[in-house]
Design a protein around this ligand. Structure first.
Ligand SMILES: C[S@@+](CC[C@H](N)C(=O)[O-])C[C@H]1O[C@@H](n2cnc3c(N)ncnc32)[C@H](O)[C@@H]1O
Length: 444
């Protein structure tokens, strides 16, 4: 999913034509934004909730900006609301919490005239059947506008966690005492749009020229000519050759995986936790010829099928619990395995801001236990002399270095292989997401 302030893209498109301070934040967008926040509050991921929304074009772009931005600042917005309201919301009026958060976010970051923003969100009280709250929302938003500088400063001064949940801020501060402020800043920023050129379809240099023709100056990296970072987000459908699969959206850190595993023609390769298929497609683009892609979620695996088809990727898809090898493995060894394990996602908070609300301290141990189970379950499927790349988009050592140390302690035939691209990247480092990679080799 890409995200941009409405009107920020340089390609002229439905969403960028909505610039010049007149972003349409129509009633459909406002109503859907409230509904999406309700779903996230009920435990749904924001990606899944947004996928189901039937809006397109400028409306979708505005919705994403509004919802992802509000989630990114959610705890700050709650602190602000706490200063503006005399008491909290009753359980049955919970919907007003989301309505007020969205309204405050738009007042803080939107480009529309403040009076129009206030009027529109006050009108929303009727749409969510809380007409009694018209006066209250009106008064609160107007007070925010009057006292904005003081309120913003008071909230910022009283938040040493920079809008992160206390457990996560404490953990990040403890693990990364030096880097914590930079990590927090990266988590709070709109991430850049990273592209991966499908070099089986077009040369990276030729694709870069096409971007320049569209007035898009991409920044490259030393380790791959196919990894390109755009200065601003654009609607992906407007990128050259999008429908023809010439390019995919994939963060730079996620693109490291295939370069570390280095697929060789003829090798039998397993992508054990494949959905939505970004790394499967990249392995194929780098020359993999025999690819099995597995995921426990049939719904997510369907998205893999769609993405692979667009990019022309050939892979065998299987729905299964990767650790339950008795249920899916045919007994033939893999030469290489990618285990992009389910994790806390603490390295990708900037892309999935709902993680701040949905994750809790106890999830760290649960994720680590699941990762250990997957590692142990998949290891017998690897041929002697083969390699397994373990990856997470987490920055917590329990899921990363400590996980690998425990695994090595239990598997004397496993060796940690040195590779210049492995280790921990932190959010924002090289403008990339936070990722962890460990390459393991099996003794012959
Ligand atoms: C980090 S995501 C993978 C991202 C993917 N590799 C990509 O680059 O597009 C983790 C995936 O693991 C899947 N998963 C979780 N537990 C699993 C299990 N026991 N077996 C197989 N897949 C699992 C989830 O459904 C999710 O799609």
């Amino acid at each position: 999913m890409t995200e941009a302030r409405p009107g920020a893209g340089r390609i002229r498109s439905a969403s960028s034509s909505a610039s010049a301070g007149k972003i349409p934040v129509g009633v459909a967008v406002r109503q859907t934004a409230v509904a999406v926040l309700r779903e996230v509050d009920a435990g749904q991921t924001v990606d899944a909730a947004l996928l189901r929304v039937p809006l397109g074009g400028a409306e979708r772009a505005t919705l994403q900006w509004l919802v992802l931005g509000t989630l990114r600042e959610y705890l700050t917005l709650q602190a602000l609301a706490g200063k503006l309201l005399r008491k909290g919301w009753r359980e049955e009026d919970h919907v007003l919490r989301f309505l007020l958060s969205l309204a405050l976010f738009e007042l803080r970051h939107g480009q529309r005239p403040a009076f129009a923003v206030v009027d529109d969100w006050v009108d929303m009280t009727g749409v969510v059947q809380r007409t009694w709250a018209r006066g209250l929302i009106n008064a609160v938003l107007r007070r925010y506008l009057r006292e904005r500088a003081a309120l913003d400063a008071a909230v910022a001064d009283s938040d040493p966690d920079f809008g992160h949940p206390a457990w996560l801020a404490a953990r990040l501060r403890a693990v990364y005492p030096q880097d914590w402020p930079a990590i927090a800043a990266a988590n709070n920023a709109i991430p850049p749009l990273w592209l991966r050129v499908n070099t089986r379809r077009i040369e990276a240099s030729a694709y870069r020229r096409l971007l320049v023709e569209q007035d898009l100056e991409a920044v490259g990296v030393a380790w791959s000519d196919a990894a390109l970072r755009l200065p601003a987000s654009v609607p992906v459908a407007t990128l050259p050759g999008w429908a023809a699969g010439w390019v995919a959206v994939q963060d730079g850190a996620a693109q490291l995986a295939a370069h570390i595993l280095e697929p060789r023609p003829g090798e039998r390769i397993l992508d054990a936790c494949a959905a939505p298929g970004g790394k499967t497609a990249h392995l194929w683009a780098l020359g993999a010829t025999s690819l099995d892609a597995l995921d426990r979620s049939a719904e997510r695996l369907q998205r893999v099928g769609e993405a692979l088809e667009r990019q022309g990727v050939e892979a065998k898809l299987m729905v299964a619990d990767a650790a339950d090898t008795g249920a899916w493995w045919d007994g033939r060894y893999y030469d290489a395995i990618l285990l992009d394990a389910p994790c806390t996602g603490t390295g990708v908070i900037r892309r999935h801001p709902d993680i701040r609300l949905r994750r809790h301290l106890e999830d760290v141990a649960a994720a680590a236990a699941q990762q250990a189970r997957l590692l142990a379950g998949l290891w017998p499927c690897l041929r002697p002399g083969g390699r397994l790349l373990y990856a997470t988009c987490s920055v917590l050592p329990e899921e990363n270095d400590a996980q690998i140390a425990t695994f090595l302690g239990r598997h004397p035939d496993a060796r940690h292989s040195a590779h210049p691209l492995t280790g921990q990247t932190l959010p924002g480092q090289g403008e990339m997401d936070g990722f962890y990679y460990a390459l393991l080799e099996k003794g012959a």
